[in-house]
Design a protein around this ligand. Sequence first.
Ligand code: HEC
Ligand code: HEC
Ligand code: HEC
Ligand code: HEC
Ligand code: HEC
Length: 223
Amino acid sequence: MSDQKQTNPLIFPRWLDKMLPVAGIVLAGGPLFVFGLLFYGGSPTNTDVGYQPEQPVPYSHKLHAGDLGIDCRYCHSLVDKSAHASIPATETCMNCHAAIYTESPNLVPVRESYATGLPVRWVRVHDLPDYTYFNHSAHVNRGVGCVECHGRIDKMEVVYQAEPLNMGWCLDCHRNPGPRLRPVEELTNMAWQPGPGEQAELAERLIREYEIAPSEDCSTCHR
Ligand code: HEC
Ligand code: HEC
Ligand code: HEC
Ligand code: HEC
Ligand code: HEC
């Protein structure tokens, strides 16, 4: 199979390279592939809902984003500009913690990072397989709020994965995004809800205004 792949680069799309562990399913043919997706893609062991690694600093989203009301974009400043949301640099924490809680033992790794210039070693929570492509700005600038994919982060002491992030879950929304859209002004407002009876009309308006037509082509997410 790998020989063929090298001699026939036009027959096999590039993303298959990154997908070798699963490419066999595709190459084995349509029906088997569909069966594989239903069986494998739908099984609960394929999702990481609830994954909640321990972090090097007991940083609380509930305190900072919830109680103090700091906007998500103060720290995740690239989320509406690029594919990746970005984790804040230590300097962002020190904007406040150079002046408050300067002796807190909980902030020792932050102060060390500031002194040495080495980043705090945050543990990644959400992580799609390498063979998938995701883009934050494409979603958040089209009225898909953070809460749709990350849950109530503003209530989490420690971040956990709230949604399955598997292919079926992505496609569910790509097929029918209307009910999960909001005005972009409410992007980071975790508690926002449409007014009673407003959802259908709002969805129709936003789909028109933002020109929304999410793709279901394989190459959208596997490239
Ligand atoms: C004061 C800075 C700050 C603010 C404000 C903030 N975050 Fe974070 N966020 C962090 C830091 C630091 C991490 C990495 C540590 C962790 O996972 O808790 C993080 C991690 C995350 C993660 C997990 C990233 C991963 O590893 O997969 C998500 C999702 C997230 N934030 C979403 C949000 C949302 C949504 C908001 C607004 C409601 C928000 N954040 C507000 C600093 C912030
Ligand atoms: C806009 C200001 C601000 C920023 C930015 C900020 N914090 Fe805080 N942080 C606070 C305040 C205020 C408190 C104390 C709240 C309270 O106790 O009522 C606090 C408390 C904490 C505590 C608890 C300290 C203790 O001993 O109880 C930790 C840990 C912490 N912050 C980590 C961080 C990290 C890590 C970052 C950067 C990702 C960060 N903070 C960014 C304002 C900020
Ligand atoms: C349509 C779903 C979706 C929306 C909306 C969304 N995210 Fe994410 N987020 C994801 C996925 C999927 C990942 C994992 C990406 C990966 O592994 O490449 C992720 C990862 C992250 C990370 C880790 C760093 C990174 O980019 O991989 C942070 C931080 C984050 N999101 C914050 C936010 C914030 C803040 C918002 C709202 C302004 C938001 N996200 C909106 C799906 C979403
Ligand atoms: C809650 C709804 C929702 C979810 C969940 C969702 N998407 Fe999307 N996606 C959208 C919308 C809306 C667009 C914008 C469509 C447009 O611009 O016409 C989009 C666009 C995209 C694009 C096109 C980006 C570009 O460069 O134009 C990619 C890639 C994508 N989504 C991947 C994913 C992946 C991968 C997942 C699952 C991890 C996912 N999406 C989950 C609603 C969603
Ligand atoms: C909207 C985004 C999106 C589209 C469109 C999409 N995929 Fe996926 N696909 C994903 C994501 C995300 C995963 C990773 C699932 C996981 O981590 O469990 C995935 C995983 C897979 C897998 C691995 C098995 C599995 O289910 O986990 C195969 C095979 C696959 N995709 C093939 C395809 C084919 C063929 C198409 C076109 C018919 C396609 N995908 C269209 C997002 C997408």
